[in-house]
Design a binder for this molecule. Structure first.
Ligand code: ATP
Ligand code: MG
Ligand code: MG
Ligand code: MG
Length: 496
């Protein structure tokens, strides 16, 4: 019999906390605090960013946790792969361990290797592959031979060590600041002479700091930052074809089937099959439930809003369920069943989540009614625009089209106005321009966008300077926060 996802998560935490002296820290909410650079928390390391930057010290120097992560937008955007691939999700759980100046590379690699290959996980060593940073002249950093040597000593054969470049194996927080090489453990799954590599675990050695484009220096005391996807590990340990066949997803599919009643999820990876929509529905349902229960609001986060609208439409068009929000209720309940023990805020906020889903659906319906007349006029004038589904686009899509027609923008699309005043994203602006055969001046757009970003970062800093305990949203009462101040910035961070 296979380990359940629950047992797998628990084993990870117990291994680090009970057997290897790490301190357990709760997942932070998926809403990033005082970090204008990301729309969602996308890795376990986010809540330790200010530790890495030297702005905060922790009482514990070895930490383990399982972090709720969302990868929609920004550098890590897996939204468009969801449904067609068996191991990328918008929401996933990242199991991680950290050393803040305590242990080094050999211990980090050894800890990971032993957890994966010894009982109860027992992953076959010959199917595990390790990537190592091969160095980069333009970065001025040599190859990570130390790590290569460590893997060899652990017993990984030459054939299973792969030297990789900076794009996958050099981590940087931003243009300046902490950075360093990483090593990843992949599994050849199903085994095929190393051709089916799936990344399981990423181990970053934050051993440098970058001051500017050309200068990097070694840190005296370095950090280890690791992350492994629970869904992927569960897939491998439960011997399933994809993460969707594990116990993290199958109850959700059963629930959808119970409501839908026509055909079951069969696990086909064929674009045109209903299975693709089953996967998207389950994935988006998890993402929406988690984001809402962490106090994220669709009116504040247009990526969340879009995903909610897409789910309403999927419910209506592919699962033929009316009204289009009720399926998300069922999914939310199922997620409480599967993740509620690990993340109690899902249980506490279940009612609120449902309220917000319904509220958002009401807004969505009003929008559909109010723009349908305008949309008719638009597609009479520009029949090519028929290929857009205005209800799936952002709220401003139809008004933006009306604006274009009214102002006779026949030479180029005023991209920044589309973005700033109507809320269209770059992809939609590009698609819109292409459809009606207009050009876009992206250089001008980028310049205007930079100006806006500079302005909004200044504004966020102002707001965060005024941040006080009372201003932290209510459900975060379950998390203990510490407020720290550094050079005029206020940081809200979990208490260890
Ligand atoms: P990949 O190359 O497969 O996209 P990544 O390099 O972007 O993964 P990391 O940023 O290194 O991923 O995150 C650490 C771990 O989190 C990965 O090794 C993987 O196991 C898991 N992971 C990353 N992205 C996803 C996702 N979208 N869904 C599920 N698990 C993920
Ligand atoms: Mg990725
Ligand atoms: Mg990768
Ligand atoms: Mg990686």
């Amino acid at each position: 019999s296979f380990l359940s996802s629950h047992e797998i998560r628990k084993r990870f935490i117990d291994y680090f906390v009970k057997e290897n002296n790490h301190k357990y820290i709760k997942s932070s909410p998926v809403v990033p605090y005082n970090d204008p650079t990301i729309a969602f928390v996308n890795s376990g390391m986010c809540q330790f960013k200010n530790v890495l930057l030297g702005q905060r010290t922790l009482e514990a120097n070895c930490i383990a946790n399982s972090q709720k992560c969302i990868r929609v937008g920004g550098k890590h955007n897996d939204l468009n792969i969801v449904g067609s691939d068996g191991y990328h999700h918008t929401f996933f759980e990242m199991l991680g361990n950290w050393s803040f100046g305590h242990y080094g590379k050999a211990e980090a690699c050894g800890l990971a290797w032993n957890l994966l290959t010894l009982p109860p996980f027992n992953l076959p060593k010959k199917h595990l592959y390790c990537t190592v940073f091969k160095g980069d002249k333009s970065l001025g950093i040599e190859s990570d031979d130390e790590t290569r040597h460590i893997w060899k000593q652990i017993g990984v054969s030459d054939n299973n060590i792969i030297m990789c470049g900076a794009s996958d194996n050099f981590w940087e927080m931003g243009e300046i600041g902490p950075c360093g090489p990483c090593t990843e453990i992949h599994i050849d799954y199903p085994p095929s002479d190393g051709k089916n590599l799936i990344e399981l675990w990423n181990i970053v050695f934050i051993q440098y700091s970058r001051e500017n484009k050309t200068s990097i220096h070694k840190l005296p005391n370095y950090f280890i930052d690791t992350g492994m996807g629970l869904e992927r590990l569960t897939m491998v340990l439960q011997n399933k074809t994809s993460t969707y066949d594990t116990d993290l997803f199958s109850p959700i599919f059963n629930r959808i089937f119970n409501v839908y009643g026509k055909s079951k999820y069969t696990g086909l990876f064929d674009e045109s099959s209903l299975d693709t929509y089953y996967r998207i529905m389950a994935d988006h349902g998890r993402m929406i439930t988690v984001a809402l229960s962490d106090n994220m609001l669709p009116s504040h986060n247009h990526k969340l809003r879009r995903i909610m609208r897409k789910s309403f439409l999927l419910t209506e068009t592919h699962f033929k369920i009316q009204p289009g929000y009720t399926l998300l209720y069922d999914i939310a309940d199922e997620i409480v069943n599967s993740l509620g023990d690990t993340y109690p805020e899902l249980v506490e906020n279940n009612k609120k989540v449902k309220y917000l889903i319904k509220h958002e659906y009401t807004i969505f319906n009003k929008l559909r009614m109010s723009v349908s007349k305008d949309w008719k006029i638009i597609i009479e004038k520009y029949p090519v625009l028929r290929k857009f589904n205005p209800y799936e686009e952002c709220t401003g899509f139809v008004p933006a089209c009306s604006y274009l027609i009214k102002h006779k923008y026949l030479n180029h699309i005023p991209a920044f106005t589309m973005y700033d005043a109507f809320g269209l994203d770059k992809k939609t602006i590009g698609k819109l321009a292409e459809t009606i055969g207009l050009s876009v001046n992206w250089n001008e757009f980028e310049m205007q966008l930079r100006n806006l970003q500079t302005k909004s970062i200044k504004c966020i800093q102002k707001v965060s300077n005024n941040y006080s305990m009372q201003n932290i949203p209510k459900t975060d009462d379950s998390y203990k926060y510490k407020i720290t101040r550094h050079s005029n910035q206020t940081y809200v961070s979990p208490v260890v």
